[in-house]
Ligand binder design. Structure first.
Ligand SMILES: *[C@@H]1O[C@H](CO)[C@@H](O)[C@H](O)[C@H]1NC(C)=O
Ligand SMILES: *[C@@H]1O[C@H](CO)[C@@H](O)[C@H](O)[C@H]1NC(C)=O
Ligand SMILES: *[C@@H]1O[C@H](CO)[C@@H](O)[C@H](O)[C@H]1NC(C)=O
Ligand SMILES: *[C@@H]1O[C@H](CO)[C@@H](O)[C@H](O)[C@H]1NC(C)=O
Ligand SMILES: *[C@@H]1O[C@H](CO)[C@@H](O)[C@H](O)[C@H]1NC(C)=O
Length: 587
């Protein structure tokens, strides 16, 4: 060891030790006295605090007994008065059989994306080879303003829209002016065929549909032909020639006897949309069975005229047929809905891969006349979404009704409440949310999202899903953030995407555990559903499932909120609460 270190480290403290220890002894007495006094004060405080909190908790518990009793009495009273009202129920509404005037059921300009995406009933199919070979024509979403050739007066495609050399068809919506125009360029034959709705094809049903078209040739010479519900365009001339035309195409219904089909519904209703693929059918059916349980029953009273529709939304015809075959028609919750509808997106098999299929299916809703003509709002509810309370359907409807006029929304949904990595990514709103389908601004916004996020990386085919971490929900959020960060005045508009979780009917937990009573209190009673695959096979209201043995403060808080708007409780939760609120019998 070096002398320097000894000198600095050990020697001085040894030299000082005697005098210091004397002084320290005297000081220690003072410290000890001080410590005794402090301990006394502290234990007095702790004693008082524990006495007070015992009293306080007792008070809360006493209130919780009363609250449970009052809430259940109110619930019973409401049930009895509903029974009285429901005895005089008017008959179910049935579709009108005849129309005095024709009803517009399809307009190619309004429902443009459905023309290029599908050949489902109630929509139109695009026939012809796209300029990008097989698969979905990506260009269809790109705006191509036409230019006027001043020397010959003809409209022409600017350079970036240079016609392909192979025989092909270009079809696009020109949004460069105030009005929208459907434009078709072809060097072969192009066709658009309207497929009559499913309701018209059901046994014994007839529908009189009429095709209304007009076209204006803008360049070249176009041959336009109308056949039944189809429109064909071909370049008229020598090989290698092409033509460009502006086309109008509408389908109207003049009469039908199809039951339960209202081609001109009063855009009032909400739809609960349950999207699924063939693989998800068992999970979906299980979730529907669960709605029969009193503690997750959708509605309190049936027979209201503004009951929403329940729409099963398959990715293709095959999945739809399979699901329809196993769907039970006797569910006791059926009366909560005006009707059950079956719609398929008909995503092309070649592009119906993950995540593209989901992406196509989502954006189709905003174009499909079977949604657009019917609903103002829809709630997207994947098979992993679970009710955390009874009367959740009423709760969603009330939220729409009570929405303040100055706080109009496009989306009401939840940011991530997920544990771990999932929580950290961003503030995007999960796709399981409430959407304002009636907002044209919102629909236009979604088209911009689709244009901005072209297929890229693992999203190989579908536009509108390559933003952020991928998926339509991330893309919708990221586009807003990108735009708003460049133009801060736009932020107000994008607030309509709503980042306030306390206004959302659903909270998103990805695949993670959640405590239903906490979700209910933390959302101030607004959340009635959760998205979590963890919840698929778990009785999440049962405190034993979470290993909880004592009443939590959040449970007391939940009971306080619940008393204002009671609903049937899960029997195990109720028993647990009753036991711990020290009450034996309610009635
Ligand atoms: C405009 O029309 C003239 C005469 O037909 C033609 O020669 C010219 O290429 C056209 N310009 C464009 C940009 O198409
Ligand atoms: C029009 O439809 C009818 C019946 O659906 C069919 O028999 C007929 O061949 C069609 N006509 C044309 C020109 O496609
Ligand atoms: C519906 O009918 C099936 C048998 O067809 C039965 O197993 C099921 O319990 C019924 N469900 C309800 C809610 O009545
Ligand atoms: C939905 O959008 C429409 C059209 O922009 C708007 O008038 C309406 O107030 C919105 N609804 C809500 C509840 O925000
Ligand atoms: C919670 O909801 C009630 C009405 O349901 C409302 O009066 C209250 O202001 C809300 N509280 C918060 C903090 O949002």
């Amino acid at each position: 060891m070096s002398p320097t270190i000894r000198l600095l480290g050990t020697e001085p403290s040894c030299m000082l030790s005697r005098t210091v220890s004397k002084r320290l002894a005297r000081r220690n007495v003072r410290y000890i006295l001080l410590l005794v006094v402090l301990t006394g004060v502290l234990s007095g405080f702790l004693f008082l605090r524990s006495t007070f909190s015992t009293y306080y908790a007792g008070e809360k518990l006493r209130q919780c007994e009363e609250r449970l009793a009052k809430g259940e009495a109110l619930l019973l009273q409401r049930r009895v008065s509903n029974m009285d009202e429901n005895t005089e129920q008017p008959p179910r509404r049935v579709a009108a059989k005849h129309f005095l005037r024709s009803v517009l059921v399809f307009d190619a300009v309004e429902h443009f994306s459905s023309v290029i995406n599908t050949n489902a009933p109630g929509r139109a199919t695009f026939l012809g080879t796209s300029s990008r070979g097989r698969g979905r024509p990506g260009w269809a979403y790109e705006p191509r303003p036409l230019l006027l050739n001043l020397s010959n007066g003809a409209w022409y495609l600017p350079l970036d829209g240079e016609p392909p050399s192979i025989p092909a068809v270009l079809l696009w919506l020109d949004r460069s002016r105030n009005e929208r125009r459907l434009l078709v360029w072809t060097s072969t034959t192009a066709g658009i065929a309207y497929n009559p709705p499913r309701e018209c094809a059901e046994a014994g049903s007839t529908c009189q549909l009429e095709l209304i078209t007009s076209s204006t040739t803008l360049a070249g010479s176009c041959n336009v032909e109308k056949r039944n519900l189809s429109l064909f365009l071909s370049a008229n001339g020598a090989a290698g020639t092409s033509c460009l035309a502006e086309v109008r195409m509408q389908v109207t219904l003049t009469s039908t006897n199809a039951q339960e089909w209202e081609p001109e519904p009063s855009l009032q209703t909400l739809a609960i949309v349950r999207p699924f693929t063939e693989d998800q059918i068992p999970k979906l059916m299980r979730s529907l069975d669960q709605w029969n349980d009193p503690w997750r029953f959708p509605c309190e009273r049936s027979g209201d005229f503004d009951r929403p529709d329940l729409v099963f939304y398959a990715n293709n015809e095959q999945a739809l047929v399979s699901a329809r075959a196993v769907f039970q028609r006797n569910h006791s919750w059926s009366s909560c809905f005006q009707r059950v509808r079956w719609i398929e997106a008909n995503v092309e098999p070649t592009v119906d891969v993950h995540p593209d299929g989901t992406c196509f299916q989502f954006y189709s809703i905003f174009d499909d006349p079977r949604f657009r003509n019917y609903y103002q709002y829809f709630f997207l509810m994947e098979p992993d979404v679970h009710p955390i309370r009874a009367f959740w359907l009423d709760s969603i409807q009330r939220q729409i009704k009570l929405s303040a006029p100055q706080a109009t929304f496009w989306i009401r949904g939840s940011t991530s409440k997920c544990a771990g990595w999932y929580a950290a990514n961003d503030f995007h709103i999960n796709g399981n949310a409430l959407y304002n389908l009636s907002s044209r601004q919102f629909r236009d916004y979604l088209i911009r999202v689709q244009r901005a996020f072209q297929p890229r990386g693992h999203v190989r085919h579908a536009p509108g899903c390559s933003g952020g971490y991928g998926g339509f929900d991330h893309s919708i959020f990221h586009y807003a953030v990108e735009i708003a960060s460049k133009n801060s005045h736009k932020w107000k508009m994008y607030q309509k995407l709503c980042f306030d979780d306390r206004k959302s009917p659903v909270w998103n937990f990805c695949k993670h555990r959640f405590l239903p009573w906490r979700v209910y209190t933390e959302s101030n009673g607004s959340a009635s559903l959760v998205h979590s695959s963890w919840g698929n096979n778990v009785d999440f209201w049962d405190p034993a499932v979470h290993g909880i043995k004592r009443l939590e403060t959040s449970m007391l808080e939940m009971i306080r909120l619940w008393e204002q708007d009671p609903f049937p409780l899960h029997p195990r939760f109720r028993a647990f609460a009753l036991l711990h609120c020290r009450k034996r019998q309610l009635f």
